[in-house]
Design a protein around this ligand. Structure first.
Ligand code: GAR
Length: 221
C-alpha cells in the first residue's frame, strides 16, 4: 500500500494544527497519501515539533536567509525534491509562491484559508469577517495560483458567526472545520476525484461534489 501513496510536502509557518490533521489522516492505513516532508520558513514554528513527533523529516528553509525570492524557492524546491514530493499542501504557510515555482507542480498545490473565499483573502481573515459583520464564516481549500488565496476552489465549510465572537473564538470554530475539510480535499485530489482543468476545478462525480459542499451553519448546531 505504502508504495502507491501520494507523497505530500506540507509547507508551514506556524502552529501546524492543519499539518496535524493531515498527519493524523495519513496515519490511517486506507488514506491515499503520506507526508513525505514538512518545510517551514520559520525556524521556531511549532509545526516542526509535530512533524518530528510523527517521524516525518522536517526542514527549515528560512526566506530571510536567502537574498531573493528566486533563491528561497530554489532551496524550497531542493528540499521537496530530496523528499520526492509529488503534491504540496500549504498549511498556514505565509509566503506567496511564484508562478515559476507553481509550474513545477502543475495542479498539485493546495491551500487552506480561514474564510469563505473569495471573501477575505490575505491576512487576518477572521478579523476581516468580524469587521464586515458577516453572519456566516468558514474555510476554503483551493488549488493555488500565483495570487493571494485566489485559485479555483475545491471545497468549503461554513460556521456561524456568534454575537460575542472575537477573532480567537471565531478562529477556533473555523479551525475545527479546517481539520475536517483539508484531509478530505487532499484525499479527493490525490485520487483524481477533483482536479485542476485549466482555471477551474473539475469534479469527477456528484458524490464528490456533495462531500465538498458548503454545510449550512444551521445544520451544524
Ligand atoms: C489556518 O487557519 C490556515 O487556514 C491559515 O493559517 C492558519 C494556520 O494554522 N492560513 C492562511 O491564512 C493562508 N492564507 P495552523 O498552523 O494551526 O494550521
Amino acid at each position: 500500500m505504502s508504495a502507491s501513496r501520494a507523497r505530500l510536502g506540507v509547507l508551514v509557518s506556524g502552529s501546524g494544527s492543519n499539518l496535524q490533521a493531515l498527519l493524523d489522516a495519513c496515519a490511517r492505513p486506507d488514506y491515499p497519501a503520506e507526508v513525505a516532508c514538512v518545510v517551514s520558513n520559520v525556524a521556531t514554528a511549532y509545526a516542526l515539533e509535530r512533524a518530528r513527533a510523527a517521524g516525518v523529516p522536517a526542514v527549515v528553509v528560512d526566506h530571510k536567509a536567502h537574498a531573493s525570492k528566486v533563491d528561497f524557492e530554489q532551496a524550497l524546491l531542493g528540499a521537496l525534491r530530496e523528499a520526492r514530493v509529488e503534491w504540496i499542501c500549504l498549511a498556514g504557510f505565509m509566503r506567496l509562491l511564484s508562478a515559476d515555482f507553481l509550474g513545477r507542480f502543475p495542479g498539485r498545490v493546495l491551500n487552506i484559508h480561514p474564510s469563505l473565499l473569495p471573501s477575505f483573502p490575505g491576512l487576518h481573515a477572521q478579523r476581516q469577517a468580524l469587521e464586515r459583520g458577516v453572519k456566516v464564516a468558514g474555510c476554503t481549500v483551493h488549488f493555488v495560483d500565483a495570487g493571494t488565496d485566489t485559485g479555483p476552489i475545491i471545497g468549503q465549510a461554513a460556521v456561524p458567526v456568534l454575537p460575542d465572537d472575537d477573532e480567537k473564538s471565531l478562529g477556533a470554530r473555523i479551525l475545527v472545520e479546517e481539520h475536517r475539510l483539508y484531509p478530505l480535499a487532499v484525499r479527493l485530489a490525490v485520487t483524481g476525484q477533483v482536479s485542476l482543468e485549466g482555471a477551474r476545478t473539475r469534479v469527477a462525480a456528484r458524490a464528490t461534489t456533495d462531500a465538498l459542499a458548503l454545510r449550512s451553519p444551521g445544520a451544524m448546531e
